[in-house]
Design a protein around this ligand. Structure first.
Ligand code: UDP
Ligand code: MN
Length: 650
């Protein structure tokens, strides 16, 4: 009984224990359920399922891509987490509209232009499809203010550009024989690389549409827009969105300011086409422009080719066809020019359709085989922001096995600007780029450059450019020297003699000023003037062994006479030179004697004389300049050649 009683007590205790354990387990279960529910509520927003955060790639270091073919666009996902990124790091935008009909420009970028928006928007349709005529409707002062602001900002009249269709067609300017030309069926594919930095909306988009409207689909691999760290609002989200609706257009954004050359090199690295076509962000293409370029590159992959560059006026947006033949050249200050030479055409009617070789290309539009571009050393990465990168590339292409030409049956118009719109952090940036060209490519001829750009000379004296890599490239490619370039590619360039005491600024003792040839006078027979000495090398001249006094950065202007005036006119192409162009410098007296007339050059300063007459007091301007006079020993007939840079040093 006692035994039975003890066993029952043990069983009761066991039951209690079990019951307690069961209770504990139930409490734990309930608690964990509660905890889980809390966690879910706290971490997940209600709403449609989202793309998991971890699948969004972190922004790449250098560039960000907006691409209408980006698979992410097809997901149609909400990209809320990306809003935390800066605008210029925007990765992509979802596609919401029909790709065949890109949306019209969003109005919000209008913020760019101060004042009324309605005015311009309304007027835009008025010129739709019209060619090159800026229709000035009864513009009030307010409108003019807007235009001035736009010109100040961009260097061209953006208000007028806004009113012109993004799809305007250029009038036919090709030679009739070009229309008969046949091109190969299987041309290589092209990537059109358009770099831009703070380009206006209308000019940028007109460039893009113009390419899309004119380039045959089968040859156009893509249009690659490369944003070189633009700051202006309309080039951010609105542009990304616009581009995402355009078939075959990709947008790459650099997160570093690269400059013209660096930006194009980046575009080239991302391009897939066989041929790269670099194009400025303010161009308009003539019908049929692409095929002739591709044909030439296909024939010879080392040919770098350009269309004839027509001109869009910065004020009116009028299209002006450039006269053929034209080629690209540069002068001894390393400035680039397009040089038209209509006389050549008369001699050879075949020239209408024949490409001509050119010492340099401007770079506004240029087609180059993608592999050749890489193997010849892309753009010099040491070049800062803007300027001379095209001259560097031109000398390199020619010297290292390639060639350059302008193809007349291809025409693209480039917007001429009144001024450069960029603010350079470094005032001497252009000189530094020129120094790279001079020191890398010009051998001993660089002295001629430094004498004509004294700022570059002084910078060069205090610092050396880092061109080791470029010199190595030049060696490894087995490039020819500058003497070869001058004698074979550009024999028309006058090579100054720059003899000691017979070259430099022409200083006049009597007036304390220098002889000058003001720009903008044209090339034929413009009067020489007497102005304060610049010291920059811009007034440098060269009395050569032929007796010519050569002027200008090309050295292609000669001191000449017109009546008793000393003028400058184009130097004759052939020797011996005419005796009216021959001068003698007498070191002892400082006289400059005109050989044919034996008269001396005298400087006369421009003077304003107040004269009273019955009509009142009048200002009578006596013309200054250089005149031929009987030789005397008057200080106004005494000259010396001031050498700003020692002839031996560079
Ligand atoms: N550009 C650029 N980065 C710069 C400066 C210019 O990408 O720092 C672009 C510019 O928008 C243009 C092209 O490079 O599309 C050539 O520049 P620009 O038109 O100023 O040269 P220009 O025609 O005056 O020689
Ligand atoms: Mn340009």
């Amino acid at each position: 009984m006692r035994l039975w009683g003890r066993a029952a007590a043990v069983r009761r205790r066991m039951l209690c224990l079990w019951l307690m354990l069961l209770g504990l387990a139930l409490v734990m279960l309930a608690l964990s359920d509660l905890l889980n529910r809390d966690r879910e509520n706290g971490y997940q927003n209600p709403g449609p399922p989202r793309r998991p955060l971890q699948r969004i790639p972190s922004p790449p270091e250098l560039e960000v891509i907006v691409d209408s073919r980006d698979p992410a666009l097809e997901l149609g996902v909400d990209l809320t987490p990306l809003k935390s990124l800066q605008e210029d790091q925007l990765l992509f935008v979802p596609s919401t509209q029909d790709t065949k009909n890109p949306p019209q420009r969003k109005q919000n970028y209008k913020v760019l232009l101060p004042g009324s928006v309605k005015d311009i928007t309304g007027a835009r349709s008025l010129t739709h499809g019209e060619m090159g005529r800026a229709v000035h409707l009864n513009l009030g002062g307010f409108q003019r203010d807007m235009e001035q602001t736009a010109v100040h900002k961009y260097g061209f009249n953006e208000v007028v550009s806004e009113r012109i269709s993004l799809h305007r067609k250029l009038p036919e300017a090709r030679h009739p024989e070009c229309l008969e030309e046949q091109y190969s069926e299987s041309l290589p594919s092209a990537s059109v690389v358009i770099c831009f930095h703070d380009e206006a909306w209308s000019t940028l988009l007109r460039t893009v549409h113009s390419v899309l409207d004119t380039a045959p689909k089968q040859y156009l691999q893509e249009v690659l827009l490369v944003d070189d760290l633009s700051q202006q609002g309309h080039l951010k989200t609105v542009l990304s969105e616009y581009v995402s609706h355009l078939d075959g257009v990709r947008l790459i954004r650099s997160t570093r300011r690269l400059g013209v050359g660096g930006c194009r090199t980046l575009g080239a690295a991302r391009a897939a086409g066989e041929v790269l076509v670099f194009m400025d962000s303010h161009c308009e293409c003539q019908k049929g422009w692409l095929e002739p370029l591709l044909e030439r590159v296909a024939q010879d992959r080392t040919k770098v080719v350009s269309p004839i560059m027509d001109v869009i006026d910065w004020q009116t947006f009028q299209y002006n066809a450039t006269q053929w033949p034209v080629r690209g050249v540069f002068d001894w200050r390393l400035d680039f020019h397009w040089e038209s030479n209509p006389q050549l055409q008369d001699k050879n009617p075949e020239m209408a359709v024949q490409p001509v070789q050119t010492p340099a290309l401007g770079g506004g539009v240029m087609a180059i085989d993608r592999h050749f571009f890489q193997s010849v050393g892309v753009y010099d990465p040491g070049m800062l922001l803007w300027g001379v990168e095209q001259i560097e590339l031109s000398i390199r292409v020619w010297s290292c096995g390639g060639s350059m030409e302008v193809v007349p049956c291809s025409r693209v118009a480039h917007l001429s600007r009144r001024h450069l719109p960029y603010h350079f952090p470094d005032q001497d940036l252009l000189q530094r780029n020129k120094i790279r060209v001079a020191d890398t490519w010009m051998d001993a001829y660089r002295k001629i450059f430094y004498r004509r750009d004294t700022l570059a000379h002084f910078i060069r004296q205090s610092e050396s450019p880092n061109i080791t890599e470029r010199l190595r490239l030049k060696r490894s490619l087995g490039c020819r020297n500058f003497h070869w370039f001058l004698s074979t590619v550009y024999p028309q360039l006058y090579i100054p003699q720059d003899r000691s005491s017979l070259s430099g600024e022409l200083y006049n003792v009597g007036t304390g000023s220098c002889a000058d040839y003001p720009s903008g006078q044209g090339l034929q027979g413009g009067a020489m003037s007497i102005t304060p000495c610049s010291g920059t090398g811009s007034q440098h001249c060269d009395l050569n062994s032929e007796g010519e006094v050569r002027w200008g950065p090309m050295g292609d202007l000669c001191l000449d006479i017109k009546g008793d005036r000393v003028v400058s006119s184009p130097c004759p192409a052939h020797r011996p030179t005419s005796s009216t162009l021959q001068w003698k410098f007498i070191k002892l007296s400082g006289q400059i004697v005109h050989q044919q007339s034996q008269l001396c050059v005298e400087a006369v300063k421009e003077r304003g004389l107040l004269q009273s007459s019955p009509q009142g007091i009048r200002m009578n301007l006596s013309k200054g300049g250089l005149f031929l006079r009987q030789c005397t020993h008057h200080p106004r007939q005494q000259w010396h050649f001031e050498q700003l840079v020692a002839p031996k040093g560079a």
